[in-house]
Design a protein around this ligand. Structure first.
Ligand code: ACO
Length: 321
């Protein structure tokens, strides 16, 4: 029987123009460049302009991914957008992007798994490509996280940024490359440790991010390492076999801790946290695209993606690019 694989046809990303440095933030909240760098590895973040929405960032990332793949919106039959900061409560940001791209066929929907959203979305896309009838899925992680931050809360507002990344997955038979395995988990016991304190049903407000940083940190290192080990073990691989580790960009110390636990060299870890900060569902495709475009990630490389976020949710994807 022929093996069907979801192969990456193209990747793209987009960052808003405005750069906000740690020094700039220290003028409005009681923090310092030194504290933010030492505790998180973040130097700066991008912030969307007034009137620039999650759908705008996602559309630009999608256009860049289509160009990278040499495809047009007519070639797509599904769009999945992972976001926690949709333009509206409804319609989905995915349908707005569908309209922005001029795509008149197929379907589009959003999924919500906070910072793990892109990994969840890739898993869904992979399953739908394998089940059929879909042939080409555009998967986007896009966020304007700056819009749900409490800019007076120094324990959260210094950690996040805005951006978008996109990946086009195509159904191919007997391909050597593509998604090899997906692993996702969640544990709702911890939903209070990382949450937004507003929402349509409970408060009729949008709310702000609240986080018990230390506890999130401990769970993140443990669960990410386990997810990567499980994702590799299910296909009889050791994590040490991978060429590149493309993690969710929450904190450089989490990246270092996970790499140490798995015996990976620091130079195998794609880190964009210094320049992007935590862009939630956008962070993995943003980092992936950065490493493809600067020539580090090459075709046929074995790559592990991973993420951890509110819920808690976490997961990993093993793929050959
Ligand atoms: N500037 C200066 N001081 C600060 C700041 C700041 N921005 N923020 C906190 N502090 C202070 C605290 O008040 C505390 O002071 P105290 O000792 O007088 O009480 C001190 O610094 C230490 O604070 P901690 O919270 O203990 O610092 P920690 O070393 O744990 O680092 C951090 C905090 C960066 C948040 C870290 O815990 C972390 O990265 N956690 C994980 C975040 C994460 O992975 N999130 C997952 C995804 S996010 C998503 O899904 C939406």
């Amino acid at each position: 029987m022929s093996q069907i694989r979801s192969v990456i046809s193209g990747v793209g990303s987009y960052l808003p123009e405005r750069i906000v440095t740690n020094d700039e933030l220290s003028k409005t909240v009681d923090t310092s460049d030194e504290w933010i760098r030492n505790r998180s590895g973040i130097h700066e973040r991008r912030i969307a302009a007034d009137g620039q929405y999650t759908s705008d960032l996602g559309t630009q990332a999608a256009k860049n991914a289509l160009e990278d793949a040499g495809l047009s919106a007519d070639d797509l039959d599904l769009i999945i957008v992972a976001t926690t900061t949709p333009d509206f409560t409804f319609p989905s940001t995915a349908t707005i992007i569908q309209e922005n791209l001029g795509m008149r066929q197929g379907a589009a929907f959003d999924i919500q798994a906070v910072c793990s959203g892109f990994i969840y979305a890739v898993h869904i896309a992979d399953a739908m490509l394998k089940a059929g009838p879909y042939k080409r899925v555009l998967v986007i992680g896009a966020e304007t996280f700056s819009r749900i931050l409490d800019w007076t809360d120094r324990t959260t507002c210094v950690l996040f940024g805005d951006g978008a990344g996109a990946m086009i997955l195509s159904r191919e038979e007997n391909a050597e490359n593509g998604i090899i395995n997906n692993f996702i988990r969640s544990d709702g016991r911890y939903c209070n440790l990382l949450q937004v304190d507003g929402g349509p049903s409970r408060t009729q407000t949008v709310g702000h991010v609240r986080m018990e940083g230390k506890q999130v940190f401990k769970h993140a290192v443990k669960d990410i390492a386990l997810a990567m080990k499980s994702c590799a073990a299910e296909v009889d691989l050791e994590p040490s076999a991978i060429d590149w580790f493309v993690p969710h960009q929450a904190n450089q110390r989490i990246l270092d801790g996970v790499a140490r636990q798995l015996g990976l060299k620091p130079e195998q870890v794609i880190s964009t946290v210094a320049k992007h900060a935590n862009t939630s569902a956008a962070s993995v495709p943003l980092a992936f695209d950065a490493a493809v475009k600067d020539g580090r990630i090459k075709r046929n490389d074995l790559i592990m993606l991973e993420a951890f976020g509110g819920g808690f949710t976490w997961g990993a994807t093993l793929l050959r690019y």
